[in-house]
Design a protein around this ligand. Structure first.
Ligand SMILES: Cc1ncc(COP(=O)(O)O)c(C=O)c1O
Length: 385
């Protein structure tokens, strides 16, 4: 019988059973509010603070540098708008944003542009890389913030962050790194990357939806942020609202397991991705991959099928779950801004599928995915470009 195949792990991942088990008691018996002074509250507070310390340790941060949020979108908004509000009275009004950032970075920046900030977009090469020379040229004495993601959600391309951070810092600018897609897929340390602000979202790495975090550097330099929400003064006044203990416990567990399994999962997923690509090439020799081959996330494969509309391909392979753009933007029928920034024509950008593999992906699923694709391609005659 035909089975659905999920190859959209960059959009979201399933919860690991161990994560569910770790979270369960904090929904049922240990339900206290971590801010309450009684024993129920203390029990929850201990779970939150132990989780915070473990998450910080796993990501090369100190516990005070981790602010829990509802996910990466909120963390990115807090970083960008929080910084802009704090430094609004200063002369630094220039923001440099990579053209291939996620909408959760581009849209808050676009909002600031309507509020008197000068927002400039950094170009990328055809391989999707922000060249350090391009950043060096764009930096100004008035640059407040540089925002460049670590790994791209559509292509998996990994940016040369340490070099870019050094340039931003030498110009006196802060550096925000959207690490949402990299966390759980490659080893990383915020302190080693030397970024000032970074973000994560649990549902991208086998944790629950609705929890993420913002990393805010505390020293050299200390990053000052203004809150976007006011209330009980939680999270050192930066993010008021009752902390969701079960989700925080789940985030910790998901990170612990995902990161511990990396040495085993990385080569396995790489081999499966190679098999998928080889199969695609055999059935559609015109197909090409987008983005630098290395460094790249091991699970991500962006493929353009020239002459074939991605949405037609998806319609003819209904049991294959892949993405045409990033999940959060594919509701809007516009060709990917990431691929367009890399120089793809509108037609080629609309002919692109993103395959993203995950820990549960098996060889049988890759075979099945290739069979679905072959059938879909057979029924679609390539049109002349
Ligand atoms: C690179 C990147 N940044 C930010 C986000 C937003 O994450 P969330 O949906 O958890 O807010 C995503 C999700 O697709 C992403 O891929």
């Amino acid at each position: 019988m035909s089975q659905p195949v999920y190859l959209d792990y960059n959009a979201t991942t399933p919860l690991l059973p161990e994560v569910w088990e770790a979270m369960r008691p904090y929904f049922l018996e240990r339900f206290g509010n971590p801010a309450s002074p009684h024993l129920y509250g203390k029990e929850a507070e201990t779970a939150v603070e132990e989780s915070r310390a473990a998450i910080a340790e796993l990501l090369g941060a100190s516990p005070q540098e981790i602010i829990f949020t509802s996910g990466a979108t909120e963390a990115l908004n807090l970083a960008i708008q929080g910084l802009a509000r704090t430094y609004a009275h200063q002369a630094r009004k220039h923001l440099l944003i990579a053209a291939t950032e996620h909408k959760a970075v581009l849209d808050p920046a676009a909002y600031l542009a309507t509020q008197g900030w000068e927002v400039e977009y950094l170009p990328v090469t055809a391989q999707g890389i922000v060249e350090p020379a391009a950043l060096a040229r764009a930096l100004r004495p008035t640059t407040l913030l540089v925002a460049i993601m670590l790994a791209n959600n559509e292509t998996g391309v990994i940016q040369p962050i340490p070099e870019l951070v050094e340039l931003a810092h030498s110009a006196g600018a802060f550096f925000l790194c959207d690490t949402t897609q990299a966390i759980g897929k490659i080893p990383l340390s915020f302190s080693e990357l030397k970024v000032d602000l970074a973000v994560l979202s649990a549902h991208k790495c086998y944790g629950p939806k609705g929890i993420g975090a913002l990393y805010v550097r505390r020293r050299q330099p200390r990053v000052a942020l203004s809150p976007l929400l006011w209330g009980g003064g939680h999270e050192r006044g930066l993010r008021s609202g009752t902390l969701p203990t079960p989700l925080i416990v789940g985030l910790r567990k998901a990170l612990e397991i995902t990161l511990a399994r990396l040495p085993e999962t990385t080569p396995r997923i790489l081999a499966l991705r190679d098999k998928l690509w080889e199969g695609i090439q055999r059935m559609y020799p015109l197909a090409y991959q987008n983005g630098a081959q290395a460094p790249r996330l091991p699970n991500t494969l962006s493929v353009t099928f020239p002459g074939i509309k991605a949405r037609d391909l998806m319609a003819r392979a209904p049991l294959l779950a892949v993405a045409t753009g990033s999940a959060c933007t594919s509701a809007r029928p516009e060709p990917s801004h990431v691929l367009r920034a890399m120089g793809l024509s509108e037609a080629d950008a609309s002919s692109t599928l993103r395959f993203s593999l995950g820990m549960p992906t098996t060889e049988a699923e890759i075979d099945q995915a290739l069979a679905y694709l072959a059938k879909a391609l057979q029924s679609l005659q390539p049109q002349k470009a």
